[in-house]
Ligand binder design. Structure first.
Ligand SMILES: Cc1cc2nc3c(=O)[nH]c(=O)nc-3n(C[C@H](O)[C@H](O)[C@H](O)COP(=O)(O)O)c2cc1C
Length: 225
């Protein structure tokens, strides 16, 4: 950093909840996007993207998702549905789903089948009640194991339910496997959430590789200049 750099101090104690969450959302990037599909008590299908999402451990296969409040102060429909059935599907957000991310993020009324908004197709799950998205290249069927209430109660950008769930089944397309049968990130083409309105595609165009360089190679490169 040059000596002229002006540093901004951020003291959470004199900021609003929105400012605090904004900072986290702009700096903790890129984040994977769980495209979560659920079914309501009345059978209405729901989809919502959630990027406050992380893998926790492999045995059992646990994942965590932070579900906040809707703009009307009510819990997300995703949370209500998942609490009722005890399950949800994490559809991995990939390039083929990208253009509809914001469409299914619209806080639509409960009666709206969000598959119709995006023109996606529900796909019956193997182990759970919530269907997955047929167009998704990979689907994780999750059963809720624990819900931890965190954040300031009743406050938008505060109160959340941190949902810890076990992946009890996974399904993925052969199209994302390389010649050695391993999931290849370039074939998966996952989408990441960046700050502001930006997303990143980890498909072929956006990914690059760097070779490891030994000290000897580095030195000989310098000497040949
Ligand atoms: C890329 C992206 C990531 C999001 N991540 C989250 C998240 O992690 N948690 C959350 O509660 N809402 C998140 N949202 C907002 C929800 O998707 C949005 O409120 C959605 O309409 C909730 O729908 P529901 O009430 O039908 O569950 C995100 C939105 C976008 C576009």
């Amino acid at each position: 950093m040059s000596e002229e750099t002006n540093w901004i101090d951020f003291d959470p104690s004199d900021k609003t909840p929105a400012d605090r969450q904004f900072l986290l959302s702009q700096l903790v990037v890129p984040r994977p996007i769980a495209m979560i599909s659920t079914i309501g008590e009345d059978g209405v299908l729901n989809i919502a993207p959630m990027s406050y999402f992380l893998p926790i451990t492999g045995s059992p296969m646990l994942v965590g998702v932070t579900m906040g409040l809707r703009e009307d102060g009510e819990p997300k429909h995703t949370f209500l549905n998942a609490s009722h059935t005890g399950d949800f599907v994490i559809n991995i957000t990939t390039e083929n789903l990208a253009e509809d991310i914001e469409i299914v993020a619209i806080e639509s009324p409960h009666s709206v089948n969000e598959y119709e908004l995006a023109n996606w197709t529900p796909s019956e799950s193997e182990k759970i009640k919530s269907p997955g998205i047929a167009e998704a290249r990979a689907r994780l069927e999750c059963e809720i194991r624990e819900v931890v209430k965190l954040g300031e109660t009743g406050v938008p950008f505060g109160e959340v339910n941190f949902v810890i769930a076990e992946v009890v089944w996974a399904t993925y397309s052969e199209e994302i496997l390389n010649e050695r049968g391993r999931i290849d990130p370039l074939l998966l083409e996952p989408i990441g959430r960046l700050g502001l309105r930006s997303f990143i595609s980890a498909g072929e165009k956006a990914v690059f590789s760097l070779e490891r360089i030994s000290w000897e190679q580095y030195q000989s490169g310098l000497n040949s200049d």
